[in-house]
Design a protein around this ligand. Structure first.
Ligand SMILES: Cc1ncc(COP(=O)(O)O)c(C=O)c1O
Length: 444
């Protein structure tokens, strides 16, 4: 392991995590249960969480921007959600039958998401995008799907590859996907005009990884036009953006209604739950006896997740929590950019709504958020351009200063974060910058 002072500072405050990691290595490949939790010199082991914070097994407190991988717009343990779960659990956690809560949950979703004519629950966002693509193929009778490099739709075989197809994915499955450059409407137009075999286009509507590769709203409108012209289904993957960008998701915010939408994370308030929603007609392959598209799933619309989802969506509908999270996201981006300018660091923070991304500017050209939004930075640099050793030092440095970031590097903000958390985050960033300076990171 590298002898970085940043890793030393992190390791010194987290001996309990180091010990648990040794046990985890005996149990899990790579010692973790999700690729995003891998961290040098060891991942953080958390003991409890509340509101916008969590505490590790050594008792250290962290401002949390992992946010349940984006599920916790309401922060950890929102009283309304906890109360709904505690009320439901003794009434049964799995009925193996239809129940009223699932109907109420679907009604809440339909009242909020413009494209939600019908709802089909799944357990994860990965299952939701898998089902959406299968339905699109069955509905249109066409085999191919367009998706965009860098956009993330989970880990099933149709979506878990980019320019290179990794081990374990059948070439035939990969051939079913047409990969386009993000925001390149001419490439999409040409494919749609020259091929008659395209069922659907799927994308993250604020751009790859919650806007790490930003997506101009104009691109959404252009996609809507071209898909309508050619009878192709438009699918918004709102697994992150749903209920977060606005209570009606990115589609309500931008006024572009897709044919289908995939939702997860906030939909179930941090409990397992997800859905495909869309125009009633696109679900036609699921009706009939037997249906052309069969869909099972032991945990679909479990009553505890339904209770948590109903409670969460009620808070989203009835309060300004989405706006509060968006405002705090902006304050964090401003604070980090202020440090960069003051200390002459060639980095910047960017992002929209309740997210932030730290651009580490590998090319060292003068780049600010406006340049990123003007499309002046290649998408391969925005996503994947930060060296892995630097990602680990950024995360470990923030943790040493009491803040937990995702490996984008960046984070998602909840409506429970406030000015004091912003201050702690900006202070942590400044401490990180100081340590990176000592390690020569910013030298030309
Ligand atoms: C946009 C998007 N789609 C799909 C997924 C997959 O969801 P899940 O992790 O619930 O399978 C994610 C997960 O982060 C996501 O961000």
């Amino acid at each position: 392991m590298s002898s970085s002072r940043i890793f030393e500072a992190y390791a010194a405050k987290t001996p309990g995590s180091a010990r648990l990691y040794q046990r985890a290595l005996e149990n899990f490949p790579n010692g973790v249960t999700h690729i995003g939790r891998h961290l040098r010199p060891h991942p953080l082991f958390v003991d409890r969480a509340n509101g916008p914070c969590k505490w590790d097994v050594d008792g250290n407190e962290y401002v949390d921007y992992f946010g349940g991988h984006g599920a916790l717009l309401l922060g950890h343990n929102h009283p309304a959600v906890t109360e709904a779960v505690v009320r439901q659990a003794p009434r049964g956690v799995h009925y193996g039958a239809s129940h009223e809560l699932e109907v109420e949950w679907a009604e809440a979703i339909r009242s909020m998401i413009p494209s939600a004519g019908r709802v089909r629950f799944t357990t994860s966002g990965t299952e939701a995008t898998h089902l959406a693509l299968r339905l699109a193929r069955a509905h249109t009778g066409k085999p191919k799907v367009i998706r965009f490099l860098g956009h993330f739709h989970g880990w099933h075989d149709h979506v878990a590859f980019g320019a290179d197809v990794p081990a374990g994915i059948l070439p035939g499955v990969a051939e079913g996907m047409l990969l386009c450059r993000p925001n390149d409407i001419e490439q999409v137009r040409e494919l749609c005009a020259t091929r008659g075999d395209i069922a659907a286009i799927i994308l993250e509507p604020t751009g790859a990884t919650f806007g790490q590769i930003p997506c101009p709203p104009e691109f959404l409108r252009q996609l809507r036009e071209v898909t309508l012209e050619h009878g192709i289904l438009l699918i918004f993957d709102e697994v992150i953006t749903g209920f977060r960008v606005s209570p009606g998701g990115a589609q309500a915010h931008y006024g572009v209604t897709p044919d289908m939408t995939t939702l997860a994370k906030i939909i179930a308030g941090g409990y397992p739950g997800a859905a495909v929603v869309g125009r009633p007609e696109v679900f036609e392959p699921m009706s009939g006896s037997p249906p052309r598209v069969a869909h099972q799933g032991t945990y679909n619309s479990g009553p505890v997740s339904a209770a948590a989802g109903i409670a969460t969506l009620r808070v989203v509908r009835q309060t300004r929590i989405t706006q509060r999270a968006n405002d705090t996201g902006a304050a964090i981006r401003d604070g980090i950019n202020d440090v960069c300018q003051r200390r002459g660091i060639p980095w910047c923070a960017y992002g929209e709504f309740s997210g932030f991304h730290i651009f580490t500017n590998p090319g060292r050209q003068p780049v600010g958020p406006a340049d990123i939004y003007a499309g002046k930075v290649p998408f391969t640099v925005l996503k994947g351009g930060t060296r892995q050793d630097l990602v680990h030092r950024i995360r470990a440095g923030f943790l040493a200063a009491g803040v937990d970031l995702t490996g984008w590097p960046g984070g998602v903000v909840s409506g429970m974060h406030g000015a004091a958390h912003v201050d702690r985050t900006v202070t942590a960033f400044e401490a990180l910058v100081g340590m990176l300076e000592e390690e020569g990171e910013f030298q030309p």
